[in-house]
Design a protein around this ligand. Structure first.
Ligand SMILES: Nc1ncnc2c1ncn2[C@@H]1O[C@H](COP(=O)(O)OP(=O)(O)OP(=O)(O)O)[C@@H](O)[C@H]1O
Length: 628
């Protein structure tokens, strides 16, 4: 059976491509400049194999110019040019890429990778053009040709005049429409910023005539006049391709500022050149200060993504895990699988591999910062420590292994931030748990009655002041096989087995009736009333049983989907406090008094925990009753 070829309605195909591939019209300039750069690179390759050709850098450039009267924009290059046949083949056939064919034929040299591969970029000009005129003279030929099209019904090719080798593309801009002002593409500043954004690291100079003000000749009162001056508007050399040894801290800082990654000075830069199964260059920064919108919905994480020096994406979110979302910077790789719009990636295998690599580099750099420059690390931690803790908590603790050694908490004994490793390495042999206490500030935690006994044992306590702290630690469960223990939790594990004397049981037995009476008074506000083993000087405190602690209850209750989760609270009484005797005296003898005392003590314990008094009027009534 004879096989038939598919037919394509080329006019419709072109229309669809032009209007549906790209999300932004300004991309056309990136595409035409990339083509010009490819054409110059082809001259570079020619010079490598043909001795009669010399590649003198000064002769190779791209020039962007405008004619406001005729509303045209011109992109000219001094590259390899196209013959009549090539014009026909490359520009007359959608998806025909002379550049891809060239790439296959030539061994591509580092730093001179050809950008084009799909054979569609050129047509993006029709997003902004009513018509496009291409005049080209191929290297080694005497004749030039002109290709012209309005993008809908075909093209014409005819002989033309051109002195030098290369290609000149002239775009007649579309008439302005309500939603689109095509005149923008005639504005110097606009063009300059599009070039800077996408094509800053094209290796060859992109020149423009820029308006400058200079003193007027023969003028006496410092008058100035506007003149046009040809300037190169792109930076050309990507600093990430440079050797690290050639670069100073200042170079990196300048790059950070130029790219507007932040208004601060970066705390640290990470320059990565990987050349193995995956190949990429990256310059990453750890900022010093937190962006003002960092913890808001508006903040977008991501790194700039370049492919062969051409900007593909402003913020590629897939390159950074959420817990390192504060990292700024860029990644450049030749190996990315781009889709034809160069906007998104079709296969993200390479991207995933790069992201994994980047993640471990950031982790190891933070670790070495912590080791080598504690002061700087603490500055970093002050800004972004919270994000690391979120990282430990999220994904059900999947990343805790990566992050646990980057965490720091304030220590009761060291009076400064310490790492978990430092804590554990200082633990006395008989200490079973890593103790922590929660509260609004270090000051308040320090005064918490619950900390007394643990502190008295000489054990270090970590102070948790951020809402995420306890959630993160609960997700970790343990560090180096040591479990975490809130000083307010039921069993503190302070007593050795022999210390757990019968005395406790005896105490509990003796006071059973008192505690039952108090529990009856408090109802379901507490799950139990009992003797405290952690209090020394304070008469009472609240502790919790089960998973939810008081601090967690406070946070959960603030959440919009608060489901009324409550901590199981236990009122603990210090048997060695004078108040205890008063309670005992009141029990049986004066039940009203016992009620007043119990409620007062319960509310005091709430206040110490930073919980509100449930009924302030009743509380003050109880006060005067107790005083009276
Ligand atoms: N300025 C130019 N000088 C010389 N040849 C050019 C020029 N512009 C385009 N070409 C030729 O036309 C072909 C088609 O260009 P087009 O921009 O459509 O696709 P591409 O650059 O190959 O691929 P991509 O769609 O990935 O950009 C190129 O491969 C190249 O051979």
């Amino acid at each position: 059976m004879a096989k038939k070829e598919f037919k394509a309605e080329s006019k419709r195909l072109l229309e669809m491509m032009v209007n549906s591939i790209y999300s932004q019209k300004e991309i056309f300039l990136r595409e035409l400049i990339s083509n010009a750069s490819d054409a110059i690179d082809k001259m570079y390759y020619k010079a490598l194999t043909d001795d009669s050709v010399t590649f003198d850098q000064d002769n190779f450039y791209i020039k962007v110019s405008t004619d406001k009267v005729n509303r045209t924009l011109t992109i000219a290059d001094t590259g390899i040019g196209m013959t009549k046949d090539e014009l026909e083949k490359n520009l007359g056939t959608i998806a025909e890429s002379g550049s891809l064919a060239f790439k296959k034929e030539n061994e591509i040299k580092d730093g001179h990778d050809i950008i084009g591969q799909f054979g569609v970029g050129f047509y993006s000009a029709f997003m902004v053009a009513d018509s496009v005129k291409v005049i080209s003279k191929a290297f080694g030929t005497d004749e030039a040709h002109q290709w012209e099209s309005n993008g809908t019904d075909g093209y014409t090719i005819e002989p033309a005049e051109k002195d030098t080798t290369g290609t000149t593309i002239t775009i007649k801009l579309k008439e302005n429409a309500e939603e689109e002002n095509y005149d923008d593409f005639l504005e110097e500043n606009q063009l300059k910023s599009i070039i800077k954004k996408y094509s800053d690291f094209i290796r060859y100079p992109i020149k423009m005539n820029i308006t400058v003000h200079q003193p007027k000749e023969d003028s006496e009162d410092n008058e100035t006049e506007e003149v046009l001056e040809e300037q190169t508007v792109n930076s050309m050399v990507p600093i990430w391709r440079k050797n690290k040894s050639e670069l100073t801290d200042e170079d990196y800082e300048n790059f950070y500022q130029e790219k507007r990654y932040g208004f601060d000075k970066p705390l640290k830069h990470i320059h990565i050149n990987v050349d193995g199964t995956i190949r990429y260059n990256a310059i990453l920064f750890i900022p010093e200060t937190m962006p003002f919108d960092y913890y808001s919905k508006e903040f977008e994480k991501g790194l700039e993504l370049y492919s062969s020096g051409v900007l593909i994406m402003d913020k590629s979110p897939d390159l950074l895990p959420d817990y390192f979302s504060f990292v700024k910077g860029m990644v450049d790789s030749e190996d990315l699988s781009l889709n034809i719009s160069r906007e998104i990636l079709q296969h993200d295998r390479q991207l995933k591999a790069i992201a994994k690599n980047i993640k471990s580099k950031i982790k190891s750099q933070l670790k070495s910062l912590l080791k080598e420059d504690r002061e700087k690390y603490e500055k970093f931690y002050d800004s972004f420590g919270r994000q690391l803790k979120y990282g430990v908590y999220s994904d059900f603790g999947a990343n805790k292994g990566d992050l646990q050694d980057l965490l720091m908490f304030y220590s009761s004994t060291e009076k400064k931030l310490v790492t978990l490793d430092e804590y554990v390495s200082r633990m006395p042999e008989d200490q079973k748990y890593i103790y922590y206490a929660t509260g609004d500030s270090y000051d308040r935690i320090e005064k918490l009655p619950q900390t007394e006994m643990v502190a008295d044992k000489g054990y270090e306590i970590l102070f948790f002041t951020e809402d995420v702290d306890e959630f993160a630690i609960k997700m970790m469960r343990e560090y180096k096989e040591k479990e975490f223990k809130n000083v307010s939790s039921g069993d503190l594990g302070l007593d050795t087995d022999d210390e757990k004397t019968d005395e406790d049981d005896k105490d509990a037995g003796e006071n059973k009736e008192l505690f039952e009476a108090m529990k009856d008074i408090l109802g379901d506000k507490v799950t139990d009333v009992r003797i405290s083993k952690r209090l020394k000087s304070h008469p009472v405190c609240l502790t919790t049983e089960g998973e939810v602690t008081i601090e967690m209850e406070k946070i959960l209750q603030q959440m919009p989907d608060n489901q009324g989760v409550k901590a199981e609270k236990v009122l603990e009484i210090n048997p060695n406090h004078t108040v205890f005797q008063s309670l005992k005296d009141a029990q049986g003898a004066d039940n009203d008094k016992l009620q007043v005392y119990t409620n007062l003590l319960y509310n005091q314990a709430r206040l110490i925990e930073g919980l509100p008094v449930e009924d302030p009027v009743e509380f003050t009534n109880d006060m005067w009753k107790a005083l009276g």
